[in-house]
Design a protein around this ligand. Structure first.
Ligand code: ZN
Length: 388
């Protein structure tokens, strides 16, 4: 086992990892049901759990179930000790940092925001350090039991290397974020693509627990997609996977910032919706809120901009369903504020393009506050406790 002050993985054997992960995501569980579910002997479960109990990460609840008819000793379920360790999660957007402190069960214990006026890496890292200080220095006494920080950033992120290869909205290229954030905060840092972080939170602590496959699609400035297949987050052998925003859906469509053409994001991302609405109204300073108001007021040209955007998103989602066949797809993100304008076109685009039975894949639409992204970053940090 790692020392308590170290920041390596907490679990060193596959059995310990399996036991801790199962209790973390699906507990409380008795040793007997853990053994059954993991295909381990009761002795192996007991051996794997013992150091985790000794270190205070797991605890035994009062006995509630008997192990069998006539069995003398009732089973005591194992549960996570939620406040054994705290985790900071930070989501970086182009103009704001959102930070949370989560406990081991990803309950948000504290949150804070800081505006960003300068998106350069140095300026952002200085603000990250101030945000972490604000979160850990405040009431709650989190500092003593906080060693880890998860950071979520949009774009192409190499989690293993701790590197942001390319983040279009921040205009970052090859920023060694893990190392620089560790220097700035003194914490052990995990960096992850923001959509993958959110998907991890859903997979380990949300509606995706136990699901063999699901997809999370986010709609907003970027159009993103996290994929879980065979119970694992798909990270892609080059660190890129699920980039639904850059699926080409119109060969004659607008150029995309990625260098491609007719991408979903170039048609349906927030910037694209605003640009097209400005073009068709002739109002150069039109904002997204104003475009939404015009469309809701019945402006047919602006309504058509949102309709085209919704159709593009639906076609992108259909591509995911056709390729992967997830059990269900959750659609979320800040762009859903305009769901009344996008929704029917998302569904229509999806149904038109989904092949055969893939069309039966349920689409659930869920709003998502920005703090959930920061919680996702904390979930990735919690995941670094176990050797995957
Ligand atoms: Zn693109």
């Amino acid at each position: 086992m790692s020392s308590e002050t170290g920041t390596g993985a907490l679990t060193e054997t596959p059995a310990a990892t399996a036991v801790f992960t199962a209790v973390l995501t699906e507990g409380p569980l008795s040793r007997v049901s853990l053994a059954r579910r993991l295909g381990l002997s009761s002795a192996a479960v007991t051996k794997a759990a013992r150091p985790l109990i000794e270190m205070g990460y797991l605890r035994e609840l009062a006995a509630t179930e008997r192990t069998g008819p006539g069995a003398g000793r009732p089973a005591s379920p194992l549960a996570v000790q939620a406040d054994r360790e705290f985790f900071v999660g930070v989501k970086i957007t182009a103009d704001e940092l959102i930070g949370v402190v989560c406990d081991l069960c990803t309950e948000v214990r504290a949150s804070a925001h800081r505006p960003l006026s300068d998106p350069s890496p140095g300026a952002v890292l200085a603000e990250v350090a101030l945000l972490v200080e604000e979160l850990l220095g405040g009431p709650g006494g989190f500092r003593e039991r906080t060693r880890r920080l998860g950071i979520a950033v949009s774009g192409d992120v190499d989690r293993d290397g701790g590197l942001v290869r390319y983040s279009p909205f921040l205009r970052w290229r090859n920023v060694p974020l893990r190392e620089r954030a560790a220097e700035a905060t003194g914490l052990a840092v995990t960096v992850e693509n923001d959509v993958k972080a959110l998907t991890t939170a859903e997979h380990w602590f949300g509606e995706g627990v136990g699901a063999e496959s699901f997809a999370l699609v986010t709609v907003g400035t970027g159009i993103g997609c996290g994929l879980v297949v065979n119970g694992r987050l798909v990270s892609g052998s080059h660190g890129v996977a699920g980039e639904i925003g850059h699926i080409g859906v119109d060969a004659n469509g607008p150029d995309c910032h990625c260098g491609g053409r007719g991408c979903v994001e170039a048609i349906a991302g927030t910037h694209a919706l605003v640009r097209r609405s400005r073009e068709c109204t002739g109002r150069a300073g039109l904002t997204l809120d104003e475009a939404v108001a015009l469309a809701r007021g019945g402006d047919e040209d602006v309504r058509a901009v949102f309709a085209r955007g919704g159709t593009a998103i639906g076609m992108g989602i259909a591509a995911v369903a056709n390729l992967v066949g997830p059990a269900r797809i959750v659609v979320s993100g800040e762009g859903l504020a305009a769901y009344d304008l996008l929704g029917e076109h998302i569904r229509a685009g999806f149904e038109r393009q989904a092949f055969g039975a893939a069309v039966e894949c349920p689409l659930s639409i869920r709003p998502l506050p920005f703090e959930q992204w920061a919680r996702g970053a904390a979930a990735v940090s919690i995941q670094s406790l176990v050797a995957l």
